[in-house]
Design a protein around this ligand. Structure first.
Ligand SMILES: Nc1ncnc2c1ncn2[C@@H]1O[C@H](COP(=O)(O)OP(=O)(O)OP(=O)(O)O)[C@@H](O)[C@H]1O
Ligand SMILES: [Mg+2]
Length: 499
C-alpha cells in the first residue's frame, strides 16, 4: 500500500480563538495537496502541529497506518516530516552548507569536516541546478534562495512528507518556476506534499487535491481537476464574490499634479521621471529587482538621492528621512512587513495608532492620551479590513500572516493619518482572495477622495487591473507607460524585459 498522511480530529484553541476544530483529512503519496482558506482559517496552525512546533488539544496524526505523536520538532523530523514555513527558519550567520546539514555535520577528529560538507552541499545544490555558493552566509542570500536552501535541507533529510506554507509569496516568476520543478521532482519520487498558497493560479497548476478550511473548520476536500477557481473561492469565503476587477467602483476624475519626479538617480535608479495627479492610481510594474521599491524608497526619504528633483504639492522637496515624508502626507506600506512595518511584540492597537498618537490627545494642553478615541480608531480599522483578532490588545505576532498585513494597511489609511499620497509595495502578499478585493476597492476609494496612490505589485493581473496607468521598469529605469484600457499581461511583460 502506498504511503499516506492522515489528520484525525485535530483541534487547537488559543485564548479567544478556536484556531482548529476537529480537522480530519488524508494526503496521499505522489500527490500535491493544496490547503486553502482565508487569512486566519488555521492553515499555518495545522502545519505547526504537523511539524511538532505546537501540540494539538485533541486529535492525532497517522502516517501510513502508524499513529504518531510529535511532542517536539525533532520527533517530527525523525518521522520524516519537513515543514517550510512562511517565516524562514535558517540561521543567517551560518553558511549555506551548514544550514543544509544542521546537526548532521560530518565530523573529523578536529571538528567539522568542512571539505566533505562542502562537497556534499555542492552535490545537492547541483542537483537542484541553483547558482548558490555553499560557503555564502545564508543571511546574504535573497529571500528566494533562502527558501531554496530550506527546501534542500528538507530534501537531504530524506523527508517523506514536505509541507510548504506560502512558498511563492517572496519569489519571482523564474524562481517560482524552479520551485515548481522541484515540487514536481519530489512528487515523482512519491513524497507526500502539502501546499498552502493564496494564489489561485498556482493551485490549478501544481496541485492534485484540495482541502478547504474556514474559521478553523473543515469545509470540503476534492480533486483539483473536479473544481474551478470560482467554486473554490466560494468554499473559502462562504459566498460568491463575483469578478473582482469589473466590480470595482473606480475614480473617474483627476485633479492637479500632486507628485512630480524628474531625473531621479540613486545607486539603483537611472533618470526616472513621471508625474501623478490627485485621484489617480499609478501602478509600478516590472520584474523583481527592476527598481520599483527603490523609486518609492527614494521619494519617501529612505534611500539617498544622487540627482533629480521631487515636486510634491507644487513645492520642491527632498526628504532625508521617512519621518519628514510622513509629516508631508506621504505613507509607505513596505514590502517586508516584518522588517519595516510591524512591531511584532506590540498590540494591534499600538501598531495601528503609532503614527497618529499626537492626534489622539485630550485634557488640558492635550496632555493625555485619549484611550477611548484610540480604541475606537483601532476598532474601525479592524472592522474596515475584517482583521481577525479576538481583541484590539492582541499581540501582532499572534495574528495570522495575512491579518498582520491588514494591520499595516490600516495604520496608514485610517482617517486620522492625513495621507495624501499612499504608496503600497506588494500590499496583497499573503492576503486571501476576498480581502484582496477589499484592498483594491480601498485603493479606488482613496483615489475617489482626491488622494493619489502608487501601487507596486509583482502579480501582473493585479497591477494592470487596479491601476489607472502603469509605468513599467527594468534595471532601474522606466521602459514604458501603458493606460489600463490598453494594458495586457503581454505588453506589460514585454516592456518589463526591455533593456
Ligand atoms: N501563537 C498564537 N497565539 C494566539 N493566537 C494564534 C497564534 N497563532 C495563531 N493564532 C490564531 O489562530 C488562528 C489561525 O491562524 P493561522 O496562522 O493558522 O491562519 P492561516 O490560515 O495560516 O492564515 P494566513 O493565510 O493569514 O497565513 C488565527 O485567528 C490566529 O490569530
Ligand atoms: Mg498562515
Amino acid at each position: 500500500m502506498s504511503e499516506y498522511l492522515e489528520f484525525q480530529g485535530i483541534s487547537k484553541a488559543y485564548p479567544g480563538v478556536q484556531a482548529l476544530s476537529d480537522i480530519s483529512f488524508r494526503a496521499e503519496a505522489g500527490r500535491v495537496l493544496a490547503l486553502l482558506g482565508e487569512n486566519g482559517a488555521g492553515k499555518s496552525t495545522l502545519l505547526k502541529i504537523l511539524s511538532g512546533d505546537i501540540r494539538p488539544d485533541a486529535g492525532g496524526i497517522v502516517i501510513s497506518g502508524e499513529e504518531m505523536s510529535f511532542p517536539t520538532p525533532r520527533d517530527a523530523i525523525l518521522a520524516g516530516v519537513s515543514v517550510i514555513y512562511q517565516e524562514r527558519q535558517l540561521v543567517p550567520l551560518l553558511s549555506v552548507m551548514e544550514n543544509i546539514f544542521p546537526g548532521a555535520l560530518p565530523k573529523t577528529a578536529l571538528g567539522i569536516d568542512k571539505n566533505r560538507l562542502r562537497a556534499e552541499a555542492k552535490a545537492v545544490i547541483g542537483k537542484f541546478g541553483l547558482p548558490i555558493d555553499p560557503d555564502e552566509p545564508v543571511g546574504r542570500l535573497s529571500v528566494a534562495y533562502q527558501q531554496m536552501v530550506e527546501i534542500m535541507k528538507a530534501y537531504t533529510r530524506n523527508s517523506r512528507i514536505i509541507a510548504f506554507d506560502e512558498p511563492t509569496a517572496p519569489l519571482t516568476d523564474t524562481e517560482t518556476d524552479i520551485l515548481f520543478r522541484l515540487i514536481g521532482d519530489l512528487k515523482a519520487e512519491g513524497k507526500i506534499i502539502i501546499y498552502v498558497s493564496h494564489r489561485m493560479a498556482e493551485i490549478f497548476k501544481i496541485t492534485d487535491d484540495v482541502v478547504v478550511l474556514k474559521d478553523g473548520k473543515f469545509v470540503k476536500a476534492m480533486r483539483t481537476q473536479d473544481t474551478d477557481e470560482r467554486a473554490l473561492i466560494q468554499a473559502m469565503v462562504g459566498r460568491d464574490i463575483g469578478d473582482t476587477y469589473s466590480n470595482l467602483s473606480r475614480n473617474e476624475e483627476y485633479g492637479d499634479v500632486l507628485l512630480e519626479v524628474r531625473g531621479l538617480c540613486t545607486d539603483a535608479l537611472d533618470d526616472v521621471s513621471f508625474s501623478l495627479r490627485r485621484g489617480e492610481v499609478l501602478g509600478l510594474a516590472g520584474l523583481v529587482g527592476a527598481g520599483r521599491t527603490e523609486v518609492v524608497r527614494a521619494i519617501f526619504g529612505a534611500d539617498a538621492i544622487e540627482a533629480g528633483e521631487i515636486i510634491f504639492e507644487g513645492k520642491q522637496v527632498r526628504f532625508t528621512e521617512p519621518r519628514d515624508a510622513i509629516r508631508a502626507g506621504i505613507a509607505l506600506c513596505p514590502e517586508d512587513r516584518k522588517e519595516q512595518g510591524l512591531i511584532l511584540s506590540r498590540s494591534v492597537r499600538e501598531n495601528v495608532t503609532m503614527p497618529v498618537l499626537s492626534k489622539l490627545k485630550k485634557g488640558l494642553f492635550n496632555m493625555f492620551l485619549d484611550r477611548d478615541a484610540e480604541n475606537r480608531l483601532t476598532q474601525e480599522v479592524i472592522d474596515q479590513f475584517t482583521i481577525r483578532t479576538p481583541s484590539i490588545n492582541k499581540i501582532a505576532r499572534e495574528l495570522s500572516g495575512g491579518n498582520q498585513q491588514k494591520v499595516i494597511l490600516g495604520r496608514w489609511t485610517n482617517e486620522k493619518v492625513s495621507t495624501k499620497l499612499l504608496i503600497l509595495d506588494e500590499p496583497t502578499k499573503g492576503i486571501d482572495v476576498a480581502t484582496k478585493a477589499e484592498i483594491y476597492q480601498m485603493v479606488c476609494d482613496f483615489a475617489k477622495a482626491g488622494f493619489a496612490v502608487i501601487f507596486i505589485s509583482s502579480e501582473l493581473t493585479e497591477v494592470i487591473n487596479v491601476s489607472d496607468r502603469i509605468i513599467v521598469m527594468h534595471n532601474g529605469h522606466i521602459t514604458g507607460e501603458v493606460m489600463r484600457q490598453e494594458a495586457t499581461e503581454e505588453n506589460v511583460l514585454a516592456l518589463a524585459m526591455l533593456d
